[in-house]
Design a protein around this ligand. Structure first.
Ligand code: CP
Length: 329
């Protein structure tokens, strides 16, 4: 087992090898157990994490902040608009200077074609680990929490389990494509047959799709794409895991009005009880949240017996604590 992750960045899902992700999961389960028993685990006493946000958050902020406190350290919440970034501080200044104050730098920057480049530029200048709290391409900590949740519900042996990653209708805004991209990259490593379903205009980045196909080949699992106006029902059939969320038509068009017009053609892509009946009776329903309730997913499904959305949200904290404890020591 590869256990030395000191000073490593986590920006893309494949930055850690499968063996390293297994180490993260083992540590995350141990930290979850310790918290349940009230066992103190101050592995990062006196250490401080900078959390730099360019975009709003409920779970990510809360789970990183609580997680650092539970590890004996502190997390500093920094909104980009309250800094001098708009007055000249470039990613180099952030990496150099925050790298001298803090023991880790976590960043959320989801702006399309900007976020990932920004985080990598900070990492180049930083002497401490840089952690991606979501960019335009990846959401690696969400994906770690998701695999942890799937293991809890379905066991360690996930071979031949069918996981559906489906687009869903939501009217609120063109959401980032980072969650489905992280899922199609990481899940094949754990033996699941992944089915990606979306209307034709909601494809993912071609380079990510090539990497996902390569991961599926390498780990000997299936990877099917259903790009079809009515593909949601077809995809759900006999699924063990249903992960249905909205994302923007960003590869198809960068025009927000055009994107909204396209999204509105697909109101029928809602996860409801009728569609869930197509999946296996013990299928789990997953969503990273926030969800547009009764638009993207019915409340009956989201609050129903197959939903694991709150376990996913909780596991964010355990998975993040594991990565912080391993990288920021
Ligand atoms: N899933 C997730 O990243 O939630 P927040 O946007 O609330 O942080």
């Amino acid at each position: 087992m590869h256990t030395d992750l000191r000073n490593r960045d986590l920006i893309g899902d494949l930055d850690f090898s499968k063996e390293e992700v297994e180490t993260v999961l083992d540590v995350a389960f141990d930290l979850k157990r310790k918290r349940a028993l009230g066992e103190l685990h101050p592995y990062l006493r006196d250490k401080v994490l900078a959390m730099l946000f360019f975009f709003s958050s409920t779970r990510t902020r809360g789970s990183f902040e609580a997680g650092m406190a539970q590890l004996g350290g502190h997390a500093a919440f920094i909104e980009s608009k309250t800094t001098q970034i708009s007055h000249g501080d470039t990613p180099k200044e952030i990496g150099e200077i925050f790298g001298r104050y803090y023991d880790g730098i976590a960043i959320r920057h989801v702006d399309w074609k900007i976020g990932n480049g920004y985080i990598n530029a900070v990492a180049e200048a930083s002497r401490v680990p840089v952690l991606n709290m979501q960019c335009d391409i990846y959401h690696p900590f969400q994906c770690l929490a998701d695999i942890m949740t799937i293991i809890e519900k379905k066991g360690r042996d996930l071979r031949r389990k069918k996981m559906v990653v489906s687009w869903a209708y939501a009217a609120s805004y063109q959401k980032p494509i980072s969650v489905p991209q992280s899922l199609v990259l990481q899940m094949p490593r754990f033996g699941m047959d992944v089915v990606l379903a979306h209307p034709p205009e909601f494809g993912l980045m071609p380079g990510i799709m090539d990497q996902a196909r390569e991961q599926a080949r390498k780990f000997g699992v299936g990877f099917e794409v259903i790009s079809d106006k009515d593909g949601m029902q077809k995809a759900f059939k006999d699924a063990d895991v249903v992960y249905a969320k909205s994302w923007g038509a960003l590869i198809h068009t960068e025009n927000a009005e055009e994107g909204a017009r396209i999204i509105n053609q697909y109101e029928h892509w809602i996860t409801d009880e009728a569609k869930m009946k197509l999946a296996k009776p013990d299928a789990i329903y997953m969503h990273p949240l926030p969800a547009d309730r009764d638009v993207e997913v019915t409340s009956a499904v989201m609050d129903g017996p197959n939903s694991v959305v709150f376990d996913q949200a909780e596991n964010r904290m355990h998975a993040q604590k594991a990565v912080m404890a391993l990288t920021m020591r």
